[in-house]
Design a binder for this molecule. Structure first.
Ligand code: NAI
Ligand code: AKG
Length: 488
């Protein structure tokens, strides 16, 4: 049992200063690889703290939106350089707070740097069109204006990438921000705020308030001083945020769950499909909204695929993500650990056949962490809970298909529609999948997870509020279009 001694207390970041919560309460951010390791303490805030942050963001908005886009971009370039310099420190905090392996955390932090740079460049790109007017002497064009104060509510699974892919576009288009990160990763978010502070962003342009989702998150959804809310997290919470925002006429954007399928056709490159299933399903301990969850395999290659999959999974090393050679870390927190184990129990009770895993691994290195073995079920039928609900853990459900038509029907038989992939060498099967698959991300011969920051990201069906994040698509959410008609 190693317990780190330095446990810094992180304050809220409001109006350019670090301030304690009015409550005087703090809460520990725990390392899921070793629950005795306190990564840091964050503020357990109350509504007056949120009010202060919204006031600071409102006060800063007028001057921020008047800056040239290129000037706002310069601040983001500076923040990117600082984050890059502090990459190891931020990645280490991430691994200790939520358990993903250090190489994954470093990769995500580098992605955060790239996101900041991408949106910094947006400050120099066009924001509208000239539209021919029916009046030949008039000039008609569109421009875009910021929304005001944007509330950002983020989960723990991508503690750098998700906050940045929401905050960077919000900022570059002239909005100011109040962020409430998941408490599990409040320390990592505080480090991001330090990068913005060091970059010299004017006071109040970015603000962070940590605390309970049902208090601060809900407070953001209901706050009259917040004009738009962008959220990533569970379906249940997302829906309540959407309802609260709609009720008061605020703009909202929700990115929620997935139940992502991979289809393996009879002509697939099986070793490629196996590697992608493992990476897509088990990296980050399956805690990605894009994670592969259902594996639908053509009956002709089912047995060799299964054999290879189990063989490769048997080689994966589970442990503390800070340790070299560890491939998969723990679940991010106690609640998630309980949830995953409950889904595994449900799978067994409902008659799925457990092929491997299913337990907390045994041994002294695992006793204090929230570990779950990589788990594979077969004989999973579409009505079983593990085929329908998002598990957010290292659990794969194998389903056998007699034909590609049946495989596609199974793939589409879900209330979510975020990401889906197919492994095939047949161009007709690829095109059919692209056409027929109800998912916001369709991937051919590639794993279901993994998004590129310059491309639109979002889901169909229950996976999102039907908007798109990232890339140039972000401009649609973070700005309003103004149509201008000019006549001399
Ligand atoms: N789409 C995704 O990337 C994610 C999906 N999830 C799903 O959600 C499940 C539960 O994970 P949680 O951490 O409990 O997710 P969650 O949806 O409760 O938390 C996400 C964010 O919302 C905040 N929040 C919680 N209750 C709120 C409320 N009433 N109003 C406003 N904000 C609120 C949280 O504090 C956090 O910042 C996971 O098992 C997984 O299935 C979780 C995290 C990310
Ligand atoms: O797959 C990715 O890189 C992003 C996944 C994601 O957005 C999420 O899990 O919330």
């Amino acid at each position: 049992m190693t317990v780190k001694s330095e446990s810094r207390t992180y304050l809220n970041y409001i109006g350019g200063t670090w301030v304690p919560s009015h409550t005087g309460e703090i809460e520990a951010s725990i390392n899921p690889a070793n629950r005795n390791d306190v990564v840091g303490y964050i503020q357990n805030s109350a509504l007056p703290d949120l009010d202060g942050a919204v006031q600071a963001a409102s006060a800063a908005h007028k001057a921020w939106k008047r800056l040239a886009g290129s000037v706002r971009g310069d601040y983001l370039y500076k923040a990117a350089a600082i984050l890059e310099k502090r990459l190891d420190e931020v990645a280490t905090a991430m691994t200790r707070e939520m358990g993903k392996t250090l190489p994954e955390a470093k990769g995500e932090t580098a992605r955060g740097v790239a996101i900041l740079r991408y949106y910094a460049g947006e400050g120099m790109r066009s924001v509208g069109d000239v539209i021919p007017s029916t009046d030949s002497e008039a000039l008609m064009f569109t421009t875009r204006v910021p929304l005001g104060v944007v509330g950002v509510i983020t989960p723990w699974n991508f503690p750098v990438a998700i906050p940045l892919w929401k905050m960077a576009p919000a900022l570059i288009y002239g909005n100011t921000v109040v962020i409430k990160p998941a408490s599990e990763t409040g320390v990592t978010c505080a480090l991001l705020m330090e990068c913005f502070e060091e970059a010299g962003l004017p006071a109040g342009v970015v603000n962070m308030v940590t605390g309970d989702g049902s208090v601060i998150g809900r407070g953001i959804a209901e706050h009259p001083g917040i004009q738009a809310i962008t959220f990533t997290g569970s379906n249940a919470v997302g829906k309540t945020i959407g309802q609260a925002a709609l009720a008061r006429g605020a703009k909202y954007q929700l990115e929620m769950g997935g139940k992502n399928p991979v289809v393996v056709a009879a002509d697939a490159d099986l070793s490629l499909a196996v590697e992608a299933t493992i990476s897509g399903g088990l990296r980050s301990t399956g805690q990605k909204c894009t994670a592969t969850s259902r594996v639908i395999v053509h009956q002709d290659v089912y047995e060799p695929f299964k054999r290879l999959l189990l063989e490769r999974i048997g080689e994966l090393k589970i442990g503390d993500g800070m340790e070299r050679n560890v491939w998969m870390g723990p679940c991010a927190n106690e609640k998630q650990h309980r949830t995953v184990l409950a889904y595994i129990r449900k799978g067994k009770e409902e008659g799925a056949r457990l092929l491997c895993g299913g337990e907390q691994p045994q041994g002294s290195g695992y006793a204090d962490g929230y570990y779950v073995e990589p788990t594979v079920f077969e004989e999973v039928t579409p009505e079983m809970t593990i085929a329908r609900e998002e598990i957010f853990g290292p659990v794969l459900a194998l389903m056998k298909a007699e034909s590609m038509e049946q495989a596609l029907a199974l793939a589409n038989d879900a209330e979510f529609g975020l990401s889906a992939s197919i492994f095939t060498t047949n161009i007709g099967a690829m095109l059919g999948f692209i056409q027929e698959m109800d998912a916001g991300l369709v991937r051919i011969n590639a794993e279901s997870a993994g998004v590129e920051l310059q491309a639109p990201f979002g889901g169909m069906k229950q996976s999102s509020s039907h908007s798109r994040e990232q890339g140039r698509a972000a401009i649609e959410f973070f700005t309003a279009v103004k149509t201008v008609f000019v006549k001399s």
